[in-house]
Design a protein around this ligand. Structure first.
Ligand SMILES: Cc1cc2nc3c(=O)[nH]c(=O)nc-3n(C[C@H](O)[C@H](O)[C@H](O)COP(=O)(O)O)c2cc1C
Length: 489
């Protein structure tokens, strides 16, 4: 039975598939299960088939995580991570998106890229390219990263301090918005074969950015893409992370333990959004969840127990070491964890229990999170799962879910075959896609494919019209009038 609030509101549930271009994303050891295709992550057909499957189930988006660096906190080495393929080896998350978009028409692609390790001038270009090739179906999940191993390998002594990473990210966003929204005016691109003018230089402007962290004098390399600024996702939920999200994101990815916890977290986040001067519903909120389902509760439970046989505690502890910055090998397996404040994932510890992980032991983490990783696991048949999803939405205040897999692509297929029909019956799942770009489908009050008035990118759009443009001194060139100088006789 759905909750009462659910019957009244019938809020549509947003469904994202949560994945990563690696073997073992959230659930450790499951790649060894006979039905798992996780080891095929190098095959483009694996990704294109998954994209087609997602559209069969009318999923909104594929949310692709990416982590720079390896999980080497556990026992001070990456050995456990390598043995269990715990997010290593990992491929670039962008590459398969173009192929997935070529075999689909509607599903979106939320791609993670950290601001910490790549210059904005380069990342802006990569995202614009994808937005063109997907016809406006790209979101960027803005993360500030958390693994020290990444910082070391790009030549830093250590990663930036937690809050400074967000100051850095603020300026990063400013540069991105200037490149995407300000440097190329609407109509700058003529594509005119008669005049021989592809782009009017007078309508292309250097952004002349000079800040604490970045200096970008020129203009964006790519012409404006369908959405200009891709839909902005964000993950990271410390106080500073929430302030960043409240200002910049259009959808936020959170970790919660259940509907009660979600209720508290989503209210807090929407308060911060309001304080930042945006409507409470300006951002969509997705929570991480792994669903193990079948035709009945008993069948789902059987599957879960079957999966558990393949669980890898060492792989899980490698992941948790990176996520929390804590070497679990040094802890007594039965001692409760205390909420530790470090430069890694503060949110991870907070999400283990509502009281900040104080009563959770290492042994609990292993047992409960080998499947599901950073998020909870929901085991049940269609009605039980649908009931719980509704409670998460109606009471918990989330707009949807980032559904991680236990088995890939089996978990997605099971969700589509068992849970989706029940959600459709309850009026909770979309049965067709809204037209347009990802932003048009997902973001309330968007300006068509462009950011809404309350979004900080919007104020940059057209802001350099009438300002200095690319110096056009080709008019007095002897070649300027000769549009076709070399006639074939
Ligand atoms: C749900 C969730 C998902 C995240 N996904 C990624 C990711 O895919 N890649 C990454 O580098 N960081 C990821 N992060 C890390 C955040 O961007 C951020 O660096 C980290 O959470 C520390 O910030 P916080 O204390 O504000 O949470 C994620 C964080 C959360 C909470």
């Amino acid at each position: 039975m759905g909750s009462k609030a659910g019957k009244d509101q019938k809020k549509r549930i947003i469904l994202n598939c949560f994945d990563m271009t690696c073997v073992s994303h959230q659930s450790s050891g499951m790649w060894r299960h006979p039905n798992s295709q996780a080891g095929r992550y190098n095959d483009i057909e694996y990704w294109t088939n998954l994209a087609i499957e997602l559209e069969r189930g009318f999923f909104d988006c594929m949310f692709i995580a990416d982590v720079v660096g390896v999980y080497d906190v556990y026992r001070g080495t990456a050995a456990a991570a390598l043995k269990d393929a715990a997010q290593v080896p990992v491929n670039d998350p962008f590459a398969q998106i173009a192929a997935m978009s070529a075999v689909t028409n509607n599903v979106g692609f939320g791609c993670t890229a950290a601001v910490t390790f790549e210059h904005p001038y380069l990342l802006a270009s990569r995202l614009t390219t994808l937005d063109h090739l997907t016809k406006g179906r790209v979101a960027w999940n803005v993360v500030s990263s958390y693994l020290n191993s990444a910082a070391l390998n790009i030549g830093m002594d250590r990663q930036m301090e937690h809050d400074e990473r967000y100051d850095f990210a603020d300026e990063y966003m400013e540069v991105m918005y200037k490149l995407w929204e300000a440097s190329w005016e609407e109509g700058a691109v003529h594509r005119n074969k008669e005049t021989g003018i592809f782009t009017d230089p007078k309508r292309v402007h250097p952004i002349k950015h000079e800040g604490k962290y970045f200096k970008v004098p020129g203009f964006h390399l790519g012409e404006p893409s369908p959405q200009r600024t891709p839909v902005i996702f964000q993950a990271g939920a410390s106080g500073r992370g929430r302030r960043f999200a409240a200002e910049h994101c259009e959808a936020m990815f959170i970790l919660t333990t259940g509907p009660e916890h979600a209720h508290k977290v989503t209210n807090e986040i929407r308060d911060v959004v309001e304080k930042a001067g945006r409507p409470r519903d300006a951002i969509k909120i997705f929570t991480l969840l792994t669903v193990v389902t079948g035709s009945t509760d008993a069948q789902a439970q059987q599957k879960y127990e079957d999966y558990l046989q393949y669980a890898s505690p060492e792989g899980m502890l490698a992941l948790y070491g990176g996520w929390t910055g804590i070497d679990f090998s040094k802890l007594d397996p039965d001692e409760p964890l205390s909420a530790m404040d470090n430069d890694s994932l503060r949110t991870t510890l907070e999400s283990l229990t509502e009281d900040g992980g104080k009563n959770v032991s290492v042994r609990d983490v292993i047992k409960e999170r080998c499947i599901g990783g950073l998020g909870p696991v929901l085991v049940g048949g269609p009605e039980k799962v649908a009931d719980e999803l509704e409670r998460w939405v109606d009471y918990g205040g989330v707009d949807g879910f980032n559904l991680a897999y236990a088995i890939t692509p089996g978990s997605v297929t099971d969700f589509i075959d068992y849970v989706r029909p029940e959600l459709v019956k309850r009026g909770r799942a979309q049965t067709s896609y809204a037209p347009g770009t990802l932003r048009e489908k997902l973001v309330p009050r968007a300006n068509g494919s462009y950011t809404a008035d309350d979004h900080p990118a919007t104020k940059y759009r057209g802001s350099l019209v009438g300002e200095e443009s690319v110096d056009d001194d080709t008019t007095d060139s002897p070649w300027a009038e000769a549009a076709t100088p070399f006639h074939a006789h």
